[in-house]
Write a protein that binds this ligand. Structure first.
Ligand code: LLP
Length: 430
């Protein structure tokens, strides 16, 4: 988070609240969200991408309070299931600022979206076009639609792959004319209004080369649609995927820089194809939620293991793990961490922060140099855990999911409470 300081006593504070106080009041593990930082990131995207539509991708992290922050900061919201839609609507998020995604939306999900009057529905398959057209016609409404195009680029951290990209479940492929056929079909359905095309190439991207290829291909389809149907599609969504710093090696660009680059890329392609530049949108999730949160853990056990050549690795077991942050186990993701509850002058020791789950892959931070005297009772903070940590959390081993505590201007308040053993057993039929 932006508002993190370390006191002379070595205690970390977030937005003016000492983490030792947070641990006392809310227990550990806990997700701590810096509200001002989250809101500032919303505004940075809103202002940096002025003239665009910015949808916060709720899959990164969504709860009622976060939906309210996003609404208040003037962003739109991308939801990808009926569940995300339900939370957003109950939190009062305006339906006319919501886009609904997903590769297999059910009839009931589509019905709910139509009844709520969401701004856009991104269609992902031929079946869905038929399903949506019928549901909209039955209701006597016109559904505003984007067609999700698979542009043949799959971007990952620091690189993009332009092969084997078609071999995935999302969207309509450009090769073989599948995307063009989807466009034809949507245009032919009187209950559907084609607003434009949508492309999302991946997540945690630092290199705009993938966006360049995507833009070239998707604008190419725009030109085809214009030539065949005489229609200038009014919108184009480039998806999300903007990378954040998990370790000091990552160096993300500002939203304003990104907006400038992406606009230039699209303008260049539109000029090349001679098409009118559509209104653009993006869907950042990680870049807004990720850096605004840190996870606070308490150390329970410490074990030293001799590695080859006399090196030593310290295993620091904390009171959470892969149930509250599965990204390390699932994606081999990199996180950093720090001793958060006291000062230490002990020398740095190669450490691995692990959880309390019953598997050896239960790792939170693979490698970090922590003071050699880290001991039970210490607090460890793992930053940049706002995206895809709470939202991917599980109750593996019947470990209740941690609370989310919002801090702002020296005050803390609970926005998602800790799960209880009662919660865990509530679904059992006794
Ligand atoms: N739009 C669409 C259509 C998406 O599928 C996604 C993410 C986003 C926007 C937001 O992407 P972001 O800006 O957050 O990168 N669980 C994985 C990431 C999965 C991303 C899924 N789609 C992780 O923890 O790295």
């Amino acid at each position: 988070p932006a508002n993190v300081t370390k006191g002379a006593n070595g205690v970390l504070s977030v937005a003016g609240v000492e983490v030792t106080k947070l641990a006392e009041e809310y227990g550990t593990p806990a997700y701590v969200v810096d509200e001002d930082d989250f809101r500032a990131r919303c505004r940075d995207f809103r202002d940096g991408f002025a003239g665009w539509d910015v949808y916060y991708a709720g899959k990164a992290f969504l709860c009622a309070e976060v939906a309210r922050w996003v609404a208040q900061e003037g962003l739109r919201l991308d939801v990808c299931t009926g569940g995300e839609l339900a939370v957003a609507l109950r939190a009062g998020f305006p339906a006319d600022r919501i886009a609904f995604h997903g590769n297999n939306k059910s009839e009931s999900e589509l019905t709910r979206a139509l009844d709520a009057g969401v701004a856009r529905i991104v269609v992902d398959s031929h079946e869905e076009i038929g399903r949506l057209a019928k549901l909209a016609a039955d209701r006597g409404v016109t559904a505003p639609v984007l067609v999700r195009v698979t542009v043949g680029v799959e971007a990952h951290t620091h690189e993009y792959i332009a092969t084997a990209h078609e071999d995935q479940k999302f969207g309509f492929s450009l090769t073989g004319g599948d995307a063009a056929a989807a466009v034809d079909r949507v245009l032919a359905e009187p209950s559907l209004e084609l607003r434009g095309l949508h492309s999302h190439i991946g997540s945690q991207i630092f290199d705009s080369a993938g966006f360049e290829i995507a833009a070239r291909r998707v604008v190419g389809l725009h030109a085809q649609v214009r030539d065949r149907h005489g229609v200038d599609l009014p919108e184009l969504c480039l998806g999300g995927g903007f990378g954040i710093a998990y370790t000091t090696q990552d160096d993300p660009e500002s939203p304003a820089q990104l907006a400038g680059e992406l606009a230039a890329i699209v303008e260049h392609e539109c000029h090349g194809y001679g098409v009118v530049k559509p209104r653009l949108s993006v869907e950042p999730g990680r870049a807004i939620a990720g850096p605004a949160v840190l996870t606070l853990y308490e150390v329970g056990t410490v074990k030293r293991v001799e590695l080859d050549a006399g090196a030593v690795r310290t295993y620091i077991a904390v009171d959470g793990g892969m149930s509250d942050n599965v990204r390390t186990a699932l994606y081999d993701a990199d996180f950093s961490c720090t001793l958060a509850s006291r000062r230490s002058s002990a020398p740095p020791a190669l450490s691995r922060v692990v959880g309390k789950h019953c598997e050896s892959g239960d790792i939170v931070v693979k490698d970090e140099f922590l003071p050699a005297d880290v001991r039970p009772g210490d607090l460890v903070a793992v930053p940049a855990t706002g995206a895809y940590c709470r939202s991917l959390a599980s109750t593996y081993n019947h470990v209740p999911r941690p609370p989310v505590v919002a801090v702002r201007a020296g005050e803390a308040r609970l926005i998602v409470r800790r799960e209880t053993e009662e919660d865990l057993m509530r679904l059992d039929v006794w």
